[in-house]
Design a protein around this ligand. Structure first.
Ligand code: SOE
Length: 385
């Protein structure tokens, strides 16, 4: 790394997540000017030369590559950011770590637990900084939920409940595979809603409520065959379209999780609720600046669910944005993650979740899929600190 505190980024991928990350890199110093490090958008890579040039121009990358290996080999790049479909995460992350690069990887860490373990081994052997973009932790209201849980205000926790509902795959003529629909192809994605959506819920849940010990799951694939983009032929669909699971947390509470891409009317409804002995909290991505709180100790006539609008300067991240009362959105969570990564370079320590922590989420995903196919409870072997 250069001495003038630049973090020179090589981004692999030009899809939706590549845009969210690029926006984070571009915005971060406007709102976190005190940070010592500044991201420099050195290179972006995609196999499609025209597309990658247009992306570089739009987002301000200095150069382009069409082979990710060239990015990993470049001396003027400090950190490789992986925004490819899941089937390339392991190969790129391992090569980047072996080349001594820091690695930022889009979620889920990998397609399978075995791949995720290899990635953690490579990262830890190389001793390079790393993080996985489980961005919802960095919604200020979700970070506030973490502070409330950690303060002990909820008391003993009984229940954790989460949903992530979408409806974009109901159309049977959507293909599997290809740039827009690789999430429907098990070879590219690893799994369906479990790795794509429940992984977010599991990451947030373990961050807030500790390790998940065991799971009992059901999955369903509603549309059994789809045309494969690469062959043009009908092929069996091997991803889970929907998944629901029960679990026990290490702290004795019960968890109930549901995710589907077949909930007509829901585009991205991520919600969670925690019920404790003294109080409960709940959050909804559609109203992401609010955290709802029920305090059983309130004995006044206004006792009931209260709605905290998390936009005040003394609330997480909010001193960085505008003035109190003004809402922020989804894209800001990525700015926050870049800021936290840059902070970790400055001050040392981990930018959570790192690969090792994301491996624990991967263990739960794997146990969920195994439980569903075996029709029985499954231990996760999660080791949550
Ligand atoms: C899928 O539609 C998706 O884009 C996920 O891949 C993201 O991780 C999630 O945040 C929104 O939905």
């Amino acid at each position: 790394m250069e001495n003038n505190k630049k973090l020179r980024i090589g981004l692999i991928g030009t899809g939706f997540m590549a845009r969210t990350h690029s926006n984070g890199y571009n915005r971060v110093k406007n709102f976190f000017p005190e940070l010592e490090f500044s991201p420099v958008l050195k290179a972006v890579c995609s196999r499609n030369g025209e597309k990658v040039k247009a992306f570089a121009e739009q987002w301000g990358y200095e150069s382009t590559e069409t082979d990710w290996r060239a990015v990993v080999a470049r001396d003027d790049i400090d950190a490789v950011d992986i925004c490819t479909p899941n089937d390339m995460h392991a190969e790129i992350a391992i090569a980047a770590a072996e080349a001594g690069k820091m690695v930022l990887c889009e979620k889920p860490l990998a397609r399978t637990l075995a791949e995720a373990k290899q990635m953690v081994d490579a990262i830890e052997k190389a001793g390079v900084k790393n993080t996985v973009w489980y961005n919802y932790r960095r919604v200020p209201a979700v970070t506030l939920a973490k502070q409330i849980v950690d303060s002990g205000k909820l008391g003993r926790i009984f229940h954790y409940r989460a949903n992530f509902l979408q409806d974009w795959t109901i159309n049977a003529s959507l293909p599997q595979g290809g740039a827009a629909t690789w999430r429907l192809d098990a070879d590219a994605a690893g799994s369906g809603v479990t790795g794509d959506l429940l992984a977010h819920c599991i990451d947030t849940a373990m961050w807030l409520n500790g390790g998940i010990k065991d799971v009992s799951a059901v999955t369903e694939t509603f549309i059994k065959e789809r045309v494969h983009q690469s062959t043009g032929k009908m092929q069996k669909v091997s991803i889970d379209d929907a998944c629901a699971f029960f679990c026990h947390f290490d702290n004795g509470s019960l968890g109930l999780f549901e995710s589907t891409r077949y909930a007509r009317g829901h585009k991205a409804l991520y919600t969670f609720e925690i019920n404790g002995e003294n109080a409960s909290i709940r959050w909804d991505l559609h109203d992401l600046n609010r955290l709802e709180y029920f305090d059983n100790a309130d004995d006044s006539i206004v006792k009931g669910w209260s709605s905290i609008h998390v936009t005040d300067g003394d609330q997480p991240y909010m001193d960085k944005w505008w003035v109190p009362g003004l809402s922020i959105g989804y894209e800001h969570t990525f700015v926050h993650q870049v800021a936290d990564f840059l902070k970790s370079l400055e001050r040392g320590g981990v930018c959570s979740p790192n690969f090792r922590e994301a491996l624990e989420t991967q263990k739960v995903c794997q146990a969920v899929l195994e439980s569903a196919s075996a029709g029985s409870w499954k231990n996760t072997d999660v080791e949550w600190r």
